[in-house]
Design a protein around this ligand. Sequence first.
Ligand code: BES
Ligand code: MN
Ligand code: ZN
Length: 496
Amino acid sequence: MEFSVKSGNPEKQRSACVVVGVFEPRRLSQSAEQIDKASDGYLSNLIRRGDIEGKLGQSLLLYNVPGTLCDRVLLVGCGRERELSPDKYATIIATATRALNEGGTMEAVFYLTDINIKGQDSPWKVSQLILTVEDTLYQFDQLKSEKDEFRRPLRKIIISIPSRRELAECEEALKSAQAIALGVSTAKDLGNLPGNICTPTYLAKTALQLAKEHEALSTSILEEADMEELGMGSLLSVSRGSREPAKLIVMEYKGAENNDNPIVLVGKGLTFDAGGISIKPSAGMDEMKYDMCGGASVIGTLQACAELQLPLSVVGVVPSSENLPDGDANKPGDVVTSMSGQTIEILNTDAEGRLILCDALTYCERFEPSAVIDMATLTGACIVALGHHAQALLSNHNPLTHELLNAGKQIHDRAWELPLWDDYQSQLDSNFADMANIGGKGAGTITAACFLSRYTKKFKWAHLDIAGTAWKSGKEKGATGRPVPLLMQFLMNRVQ
Ligand code: BES
Ligand code: MN
Ligand code: ZN
């Protein structure tokens, strides 16, 4: 999509369409009001007759509105003005986008930054608008022989802002939102690709390709032999049960001149999780292709950093493997030695995410990171705790916790903190090794984080469990690209 921002009067736009809001019950937004004046009450007349109530999700396309220079006016229902929220703003944008795309309007001027969302300014609205439009129009059809194509798809959106004074900051917001949307779309594509295509090797190739496209980005791949040498016995124990070789993908983005300590992002890249010998039930197992979404978000975020030329140093580390049952796979009771030297009793082979992450986290020490943030579709328990709206956040550093929670709130990709108290650590006690890989009944998301915390003592670290947020199930099955927006907001905040 081509986006731009400008400011000007709605009735004076020579465009295929001007989009304005209508509140419930039958009240015009500021921009709709302006068109109403120019058209001698055309809109208020129509509304009085009851053609549109202004409910959220409604829209009405009008042709040849008197007093305007555009071909069409799209009225979009915004719901009650007092009840507006970031979610409702997204619904308004998505409704307008679908109506235009499906109705054959290829270009439109959106007058939707005049809507008041409590505490949000114009740059925020520009940014949310772009992210929502791209999210709405995203399609994963690369594996379909016949694609749903619209004859006249929406191609160009001009975002009108109320005042010329805000132009510069809104243009900044436009630039960053476009980069974030690109990262989100990359993460979605990787997530949606099936396990037989998106293998560890495929993820590695994608990361190498991105490095070719961006000068400030370099990628290196550690092979199983390299990991052997480093002593990554935990990670390698998972991939032993699979015919696809494991990869440790390392992407380095250097956007800053000085050699400051980088922020390291680590993402679980399990390209298919059957559970191993502790095999999962078959219902819905296809969704375990999404078990690499943490890794996909790391790759998408590094791409977005490079695209934006963010003046920071960021490293992405993606341990990638499959988890399958096999004669050579981990067995319950096996004890493995991690790169840190700590031994692990594997009581459940389906708790494999932490087994690959722990070695990747130890590997991060070499970067002398200013902070390490890992993200993983780590526990089903996270969905029980938080459902599909918030990702869980656990951290060993309070200020980092707050930076991440705030970034998530800002860009509306929210996280919620769970306690990483020492009280939970004893659930990992093992009679045969330094720790078990499962924590038994209760607090599964916390005990998983407790496990990781034993490998992150040397740096400031936060863990995001994205099991409930990385993809949607059911009719709308598909990757979400979360938490790329949260990470990008966090990184952008670090620049200012
Ligand atoms: N990838 C899964 C977690 C998962 C399950 C995410 C369902 C999203 C939806 C992870 O590897 C796993 O299997 N975790 C186990 C851990 C348990 C054995 C302690 C789980 O959550 O059941
Ligand atoms: Mn598993
Ligand atoms: Zn898994």
